[in-house]
Structure formats: structure tokens, C-alpha cells
Design a protein around this ligand. Structure first.
Ligand SMILES: [Zn+2]
Length: 136
């Protein structure tokens, strides 16, 4: 499913808006994400850090987990906003791939300007998926 330029920029604006709720007292790297489901809903997410660093969670996965916990599994696009249009980490790429490799990924800056766009397949070629653990 393709999105118009206007739909992309609206999703990026949601990611920018979500970013204000990022809890990043250690990295000071605030991330906002906005996930558009095929049903038309938008779930946003922010990074949530912890003093025990490895227990922190990325904005992209917060958005995906929120959506999945409400019964959504089919995603059209995810927009991500950071200061410098940073890319999703490897763990987030793996979780994105779990729910579809054709999902569009929109990378924006802190003002919602679209800097890069690609599919999950582009982000994680040769992803390990359910097919790799399929049993007879
Ligand atoms: Zn991540």
C-alpha cells in the first residue's frame, strides 16, 4: 500500500508530536515514532530509558507493541523522528520484519521533514522470519 506525500507528512508530524513524551534522561536522544495500521489507526511510541540501561526500549518497538497488544498486526508505515534523522536499530528492524517486510519506513528529522524512506525489507535484507523456524 502506498502513501501520498501528504499522508507521509501527516504520519511524520505524529512522530514529531510524540517525541515530546520521550523519556531519555541518560542519552538525551529523544525519539518519536508513529505507526499506521492497515485499519487506519495510528499508534505512537517514544523511547523509554531506565537507569539499568539495557532495560530501555526504543520508540519504534513501543509503537509496534502497543498496536499488537490491541489486536493490530498489519502495518502500512512507521515514521520515526529524531534530531538527526537517525536510523532504527537492529532490534527494531527485526521486530518490524516480524510483522511484514513491505511496511514503509519513513525517517524524519525533528521538524518532520522526510529525510529517507525505505521498506523494512530494505532495512533488514535476509531477515530471520517465521519461515526459518517452520516445522512440518
Ligand atoms: Zn530500536
Amino acid at each position: 500500500m502506498s502513501l501520498s506525500a501528504e499522508e507521509k507528512s501527516r504520519l511524520l508530524e505524529r512522530a514529531v508530536a510524540a517525541r515530546q513524551w520521550a523519556y531519555a534522561p541518560y542519552s538525551h536522544y529523544a525519539v518519536g515514532a508513529a505507526l499506521l495500521t492497515e485499519s487506519g489507526k495510528i499508534y505512537d511510541g517514544v523511547n523509554v530509558e531506565s537507569a539499568a540501561y539495557p532495560t530501555s526500549m526504543c520508540a519504534e518497538r513501543v509503537a509496534i507493541f502497543k498496536a499488537v497488544s490491541e489486536g493490530e498486526r498489519n502495518f502500512t508505515a512507521i515514521a520515526v523522528s529524531t534530531d538527526n534523522a537517525g536510523m532504527p536499530c537492529g532490534a527494531c528492524r527485526q521486530v518490524m520484519a516480524e510483522f511484514g517486510q513491505d511496511t514503509l519506513v519513513l525517517i524524519g528529522d525533528d521538524e518532520g521533514k522526510l529525510v529517507r524512506e525505505m521498506t523494512v525489507r530494505d532495512l533488514l535484507p535476509g531477515a530471520f522470519t517465521a519461515q526459518d523456524i517452520a516445522r512440518e
